[in-house]
Design a protein around this ligand. Structure first.
Ligand code: R5P
Length: 297
């Protein structure tokens, strides 16, 4: 088994290769003057069992194209099997036609990866598992919610509560999983999104949080508005400290400012996205899954 690190996930690939005791494949990448991507294997991959690690973090379209070129080259050069670890599987929020005429973006990604010859795909906290049912190859959704909760255990938590900032099934399952990791209680808020404007409204409800530490667990923080709405409600109801643990901290525009102003004490994410919030590595989660110890919801 050999590990191939894509441009978005070189450090993560290195960690995975160390944990698996499997060599990293040497590759050469560059950008042509017009912006096109160049990819070359420097080692022979004929007959190899490859794991390609490439997160589709922003800029998603560029990351996706890099992955397509790597996957095609690996298959073309005769790799025996190719498993993809795509910790952040972009385009997973458009898994159905919410409005007439919309593109099923998740299906496009699935069809391309299958056509290019992937044998299996592993991801972390996909927005909705319906996306993975679009794949004919094995597709596994692993979770980092337990690891994120355990990260905050190091903050001397007082009577912690885990909160899902919306009450959709996957959000509840993530919160339950995180709560189990800490033997803590969990709860959820109801969130509504306007399909035309994207505006988010979170419905307030009475939560048992006075004097307690609360960890908001989510899959994605993008604009920060979902988590900020939840944090404001928690602080208004007397929560002692509010933390955010999310698997994919995209942190678009002034997300950090919005979150800190809403009363959040600390934001922690995973190395599915390469930024300063990547405090938890998904490498051990993936390696355990490869060994058959899936941490799934
Ligand atoms: C949506 O349902 C997801 O689970 C996240 O809550 C959402 O993507 C976060 O987006 P934002 O940070 O823009 O509110």
């Amino acid at each position: 088994m050999k590990v191939v690190g894509g441009p978005s996930s070189l450090n993560l690939a290195r960690k995975i290769s160390e944990l698996l005791n499997a060599p990293l494949v040497n590759v050469k990448t560059k950008r042509f003057p017009d912006g096109e991507f160049y990819f070359k294997f420097e080692d022979n991959v004929l007959g190899e069992h490859l794991i390609i690690v490439q997160s589709l973090e922003p800029p998603q379209d560029i990351r996706a194209m890099e992955l397509f070129l790597m996957l095609h080259t690996a298959r073309d050069l005769g790799a025996e099997t190719i498993r993809l670890f795509i910790p952040y599987l972009a385009y997973s929020r458009q898994d159905r036609r919410y409005l007439d005429g919309e593109c099923l973006s998740s299906a496009v990604i699935a069809e391309i990866l299958e056509q290019l010859g992937a044998d299996a795909i592993y991801t972390i906290d996909v927005h909705n598992e319906r996306v993975l049912r679009m794949y004919k190859i094995p597709a596994y959704n692993l979770t980092a919610s337990g690891e994120l909760a355990r990260y905050f255990a190091g903050r001397g938590l007082k009577d912690p509560l885990i909160l899902a900032p919306d009450d959709e099934e996957m959000a509840r399952r993530r919160a339950q999983h995180a709560a189990k990791a800490l033997s803590a209680e969990w709860d959820a808020l109801e969130k509504r999104r306007d399909r035309y404007t994207g505006e988010i409204t979170t419905l307030s409800k009475e939560l048992n949080v006075h004097g307690r530490d609360v960890i908001i667990i989510d899959d994605i923080v993008s604009t920060g508005k979902t988590a900020a709405n939840a944090a404001k409600i928690l602080r208004e109801q007397g929560a002692r400290r509010v933390f955010i643990g999310a698997s994919h901290l995209l942190m678009i525009n002034n997300a950090e400012k919005i979150l800190l102003e809403s009363g959040v004490e600390e934001i922690a994410g995973t190395d599915s996205v390469t930024n300063k919030y990547a405090k938890v590595s998904v490498a051990p989660i993936f390696v355990r899954a490869l060994k058959g110890e899936m941490e799934q919801l």
